[in-house]
Write a new protein. Structure first.
Length: 129
């Protein structure tokens, strides 16, 4: 048995308080609106096959077959999920990330604005206390 370790241990997903395993914040916080259909399909697949830490080892070929995607489409979808901070990937391991992020980062993402270095440091100090 292969031992798996989270890529981003600070972002391990937790079962949300609402009924489903797929977190409603995907819709409420606008994540789903920014994803292509292919990226949303890949995300759903990874949520479904991930273990309790959100980890899975599916090869590109296996995902391509199951989702009827070619390699370019899969790579684009994976990149979109990584940029949206929904997934971490370190070949061959995927980690579906928890949606709990610093509030400042969520607000900036919703507004489409990058964080300044000062804002990042401020948030880091608040999160660490």
């Amino acid at each position: 048995m292969v031992k798996k370790y989270p890529i981003r241990p600070e972002r391990i997903r937790k079962v949300p308080k609402q009924f489903s395993w797929v977190d409603h914040r995907l819709v409420r916080e606008g994540y789903i609106e920014s994803l292509s259909h292919e990226a949303a399909a890949l995300y759903l697949f990874l949520v479904t096959v991930g273990d309790k830490l959100g980890l899975s080892y599916y090869s590109d070929a296996s995902i391509e077959k199951r989702l009827s995607m070619d390699l370019d489409t899969l790579q684009t979808a994976r990149g979109d999920l990584i940029r949206a901070e929904l997934v971490a990937y370190k070949n061959p391991l995927y980690q579906v990330l928890g949606l709990d992020r610093p509030k400042l980062a969520v607000a900036a993402r919703k507004a489409g604005q990058p964080l300044s270095l000062g804002e990042i440091f401020k948030q880091a100090m608040e999160d660490g206390s």
